[in-house]
Design a protein around this ligand. Structure first.
Ligand SMILES: [Zn+2]
Length: 150
């Protein structure tokens, strides 16, 4: 089974340094899910796939089955560009999770609600992955989180 993908700081650094775009972000996610070739669930084998124009998906060259690399990741069902997600992860990781949502909003040029949601998802993921100790509390929708390895 493909594993949930989350970019590393090294990948994010490269991504930002070379100003890579949306398609590359999707390719990175795809490659990390399928390092040995993209598996087609219909053909039940590794097949060549091609990117679908203007969609966040790939198509099996043989049978046409669609494959969404972001399924099962924190990027699933989000209409926010992957480039902004990657940048948000970079900002959050490099600040040790301390960057306020308002600062993310400013740096990414998104709404506060969007910035808050991105931070919420990214921090949850980081906490769950036990990448580093993280404590988080939120009153926005009545939930209170205390996560961390401390
Ligand atoms: Zn196929």
């Amino acid at each position: 089974m493909p594993t949930d993908y989350f970019p590393t700081l090294k990948e994010l650094n490269l991504f930002i340094e070379y100003n890579l775009g949306e398609d590359t972000a999707l390719e990175i996610i795809l490659y990390n899910k399928f390092p040995n070739g993209v598996f087609c669930k219909t053909c039940k084998r590794v097949r060549r796939h091609h990117k679908e124009r203007k969609r966040r998906s790939y198509c099996c060259d043989y049978c046409g089955t669609h494959m969404h690399p972001t399924a099962g990741t924190i990027f699933a069902r989000s209409t926010t560009p992957l480039t902004l997600w990657f940048y948000a992860i970079y900002l959050i990781q490099s600040s040790g999770g301390k960057i306020p949502a308002s600062e993310l909003q400013r740096q990414l040029g998104v709404t506060y609600k969007c910035a808050w949601r991105m931070k919420d998802k990214i921090c949850w993921h980081v906490a769950l992955q036990k990448t580093y100790s993280y404590k988080y509390s939120s009153k926005v929708n009545g939930r209170q989180y205390q996560l961390g390895l401390v």
